[in-house]
Design a protein around this ligand. Structure first.
Ligand code: SF4
Length: 331
């Protein structure tokens, strides 16, 4: 069984009490059944508090937020469970976060979540390099269609090459990724596999582009579920930035995270839209890219309803048409 991970994966360390936006704020942590049973069985003051704040609905147990944060979060920013019982007592969600696992049966890809500020620093500033491969005993059974996965892996490499080409400005590279995504979708649908002609695609992108309106993009995000007042304030008063290397790294993170997921439903096109729209939004909002991208991830990537709304809008929303997006990318 092959395991792939970015080279910074093992260098991640939680900032704990120094974290500027703890994962213990705003989210109701889902507690796995074993941890919930253990917590409820604990004696003493910690057990009493846990019995008070654990809530089970429809078979899922969550930690009820108190004043918008996890009730186990102490004044000094440390976790009460970890401090009193050790790291091994954490529930699976807290033990794993911000580590991501995409298990495809016979291979696994690991990554870090952008919604953690420390992980975001690594994702947006680490030099680009291939994933590190390591073999683990056991073989596993592919949980996917081999031909589809072959096409997706090959097209993801091409998309990563396009976005990493430093001679191409970031906005143009994203426009090319968008057009290349359309071509890769057609290959997935049984179309002929042809080499991607960057120069021809760029002139096609310029011909197709129509003036886009950032306000239409912002309005769309304003009608999604909003978690924090800060996010809403940013959407209402954006401070557009220029394209920068951080946006290139952001696009690589999104391509690596979402491209292969099309193996589940053969829909690559909506994920490519998600990638381009996300980069456009973060550029449009401006501010420090690490904190803007981290908040974006917390608000959007970590909310399945918001992600689904964007994937659906890829086909129907007037702000998400190819010509409008190309207009914004090439502006
Ligand atoms: S968000 Fe990241 S750095 Fe902050 S407390 Fe959570 S895991 Fe640690």
């Amino acid at each position: 069984m092959w395991i792939y991970k970015p080279d910074y994966y093992d260098r991640f360390r939680c900032a704990a009490g120094l974290c500027p936006d703890s994962c213990c704020q705003q989210w109701e942590v889902q507690v796995d059944a074993d941890a919930a049973a253990y917590y409820r069985s604990l004696p003493g003051a910690l057990g009493d508090r846990l019995r008070e704040v654990l809530r089970t609905e429809d078979g899922d147990t969550v930690m009820t937020l108190v004043d918008g944060r996890c009730p186990m979060w102490r004044e000094d920013g440390l976790c009460r469970i970890q401090s009193e019982l050790g790291e091994s007592a954490l529930c699976r969600t807290c033990r794993d976060f911000p580590r991501l696992t995409h298990d495809y049966g016979d291979f696994v890809e690991l990554g870090l979540e952008l919604s953690c500020p420390e992980a975001a620093k690594w994702i947006l500033s680490a030099p680009y390099g291939p994933l590190i491969a390591r073999q683990r005993p056991g073989s596993g059974v592919p949980a996917y269609d081999r031909e589809t996965m072959g096409l997706l892996k090959a097209s993801r490499e091409t998309a990563l090459t396009i976005i990493s080409e430093r001679a191409i400005p970031v906005g143009e590279a994203l426009a090319l990724v968008l057009l290349y995504g359309c071509q890769a979708q057609s290959e997935l649908d049984g179309g002929e596999t042809v080499p991607f002609d960057t120069a021809a695609a760029l002139s096609e992108a310029r011909e197709l582009a129509r003036p886009g309106t950032p306000s239409a993009l912002l309005d769309f995000f304003l009608q999604l579920e909003l978690l924090t007042p800060r996010w809403e304030a940013m959407l209402r008063s954006p401070r557009p930035a220029r394209w920068a290397d951080g946006h290139r790294a952001l696009a690589r993170y999104l391509i690596r995270r979402y491209w292969l997921q099309a193996v589940s439903d053969y829909d690559l096109y909506c994920r490519v839209k998600f990638i381009t729209v996300s980069c456009l939004l973060i550029k449009t909002l401006g501010g420090d890219i690490v904190s803007t991208a981290q908040l974006f991830s917390k608000e959007i990537e970590n909310d399945a309803d918001n992600v689904d709304a964007i994937l659906d809008a890829a086909y129907s929303h007037p702000a998400f048409t190819d010509d409008r997006l190309l207009g914004l990318l090439l502006a």
